[in-house]
Design a protein. Structure first.
Length: 466
């Protein structure tokens, strides 16, 4: 099918649905604050929310380069779920029980986001249908069973393993031979959530300056073209756009992810697919896909296109390559053949932050007042909320307002990791890794092999993912 009629870019489908906002006023000049937050996405807005709720008299300023939700917070797949990047590594570094506490905190975070959205009257099309992850090759089924066992071992006792029949009763994914389902997940509309959060924190008295790019962060200083904000605490909440800050180009790699959204599908198509529970849907491929059934009955589906731009480059408006649109549509039709005649209304892309060891982190340097959170590796819709509450507790502890809390002692707190390699090694490594994963997926689709393809195992070792 031709993609000529597909809207490509324009930030994301979620903004096409809601309309691109008029940016708030930029920083008018030099200013002071108690806390300056750099980045107006989920991490920054949640952090402002919890800090202001805890200490209403705090003077909090948020600086955003474009407008709130311009980055991953306004382009993601709408997966509010309990996954967190790096849990297995944290188990090795800090012990199994520490990682279990981290997982439990993530389980609770899904409910916390739902609770706050309801309390603050943020209508983000949230539906708690859980997360269904499917397998459709023998190798994927073996990984699925291993994954299910590991999740149970990390305390997720309410996770369920399904065979082919039970999987089809939930969502009729062609060729699916098994799945695992957790209740700790929900579908949502990313932009409705980010716009609602921004309006909520502004109503609480937080100052938001948009169209204000921060060029450099130093202890107690956030520099912009319009002036400098001085504050005892400067919190970096920039995720995939961290590479744009002076001196931080190799800190987190901006990994590219792309999505498509179909036209609203008719009842006849949904009768063949099912999906009445509106679970978020993923698979066990190495170059995995993620999808949701939207509130207006589209399928929004994402995956890796061109995974990385040379020199840690980031895009401007979300435009993605025509070949990526076709590849994502091929996945859609392979999983759901009755969508073969459906129009693809929108395609877009965005970047997510990837640390060198693929571990999400939250940090406050008490000697400088600099803090940061991110490196979510695509699991940020919920993890941002846990990170924000943790930053709140770390700042209250540092300022003498409280002692250590359950959140400040989680194993991802103050985790440090080395920088990414310089170019061209960074570009070669990422593109080579995903070429290997795609090759492994192709081989597994046509092979009766029960184990993971050796090419993927080698890519995991070389990339540092495992």
């Amino acid at each position: 099918m031709s993609t000529v009629s597909t809207v490509n870019g324009g930030i994301s489908f979620w903004y096409a649905d809601q309309g691109t906002p008029t940016p708030r006023e930029p920083l008018p000049g030099d200013a002071t604050a108690d806390i300056c937050i750099v980045g107006g996405g989920y991490t920054g807005l949640w952090t402002a929310y919890y800090l202001k709720k805890a200490v209403p008299f705090l003077n909090i300023t948020v600086l955003e380069a474009k407008f709130c939700g311009y980055g991953a917070s306004g382009r993601n797949g709408g997966w509010l779920y309990n996954g967190i990047a790096g849990r297995d590594r944290y188990a090795k570094l800090h012990g199994h029980e520490a990682a279990v506490r981290l997982q439990q905190a993530m389980n609770n975070t899904v409910d916390e986001v739902v609770r706050v959205a309801a309390e603050e009257n943020i209508d983000a099309d949230i539906h708690q249908g859980g997360v269904l992850e499917v397998a459709y090759t023998p190798a994927q089924l073996a990984r699925l069973k291993d994954f299910h066992s590991v999740e149970i071992a990390f305390g997720e006792k309410d996770r369920v393993l399904h065979g082919a029949r039970e999987t089809g009763e939930r969502i009729n994914v062609t060729g699916a031979v098994g799945s695992t389902w957790t209740p700790h997940g929900a579908r949502l509309h990313p932009v409705k959530l980010v716009k609602g959060l921004a309006a909520t924190v502004e109503a609480l008295g937080v100052t938001i300056h948009e169209s204000t790019p921060v060029t450099e962060i130093k202890p107690k200083h956030a520099h912009t073209p319009y002036g400098t904000v001085r504050a005892p605490y400067i919190l970096r909440c920039t995720e995939g756009f961290t590479a744009n800050l002076k001196g931080l180009r190799r800190t987190w790699l901006p990994m590219n992810s792309s999505m498509i959204a179909t036209e609203p599908l008719p009842r006849s198509v949904w009768d063949t697919i099912g999906w009445d529970g509106r679970e978020t849907l993923g698979d066990m491929a190495h170059a995995y896909m993620y999808a949701q059934r939207t509130a207006d009955d589209r399928i929004a589906l994402g995956g890796r296109g061109v995974p990385y731009r040379y020199g840690s480059g980031t895009d401007n408006d979300g435009r993605t390559q025509p070949a990526t649109i076709e590849a994502l549509r091929d996945i859609l039709v392979r999983l759901f053949p009755t969508t073969g005649g459906a129009r693809i209304d929108h395609a877009w892309s965005g970047v997510l932050g990837v640390p060198r060891d693929w571990c999400a982190t939250v940090t406050l340097d008490r000697s400088t007042g600099l803090g940061w959170a991110g490196g979510y590796v695509g699991s940020g819709v919920a993890t941002t909320n846990l990170a924000a509450r943790t930053l709140r507790d770390l700042i209250q502890q540092d300022s003498g307002q409280s002692g250590p809390t359950e959140l400040t002692t989680l194993p991802w707190v103050n985790h440090r990791v080395r920088r990414w390699e310089p170019e061209p090694f960074r570009w070669l490594g990422v593109h080579g890794m995903y070429a290997a994963y795609r090759a492994a997926d192709r081989r597994e689709l046509t092979s009766p092999r029960l184990g993971t393809d050796p090419i993927a195992r080698a890519a995991d070792r070389l990339s540092g993912r495992h």
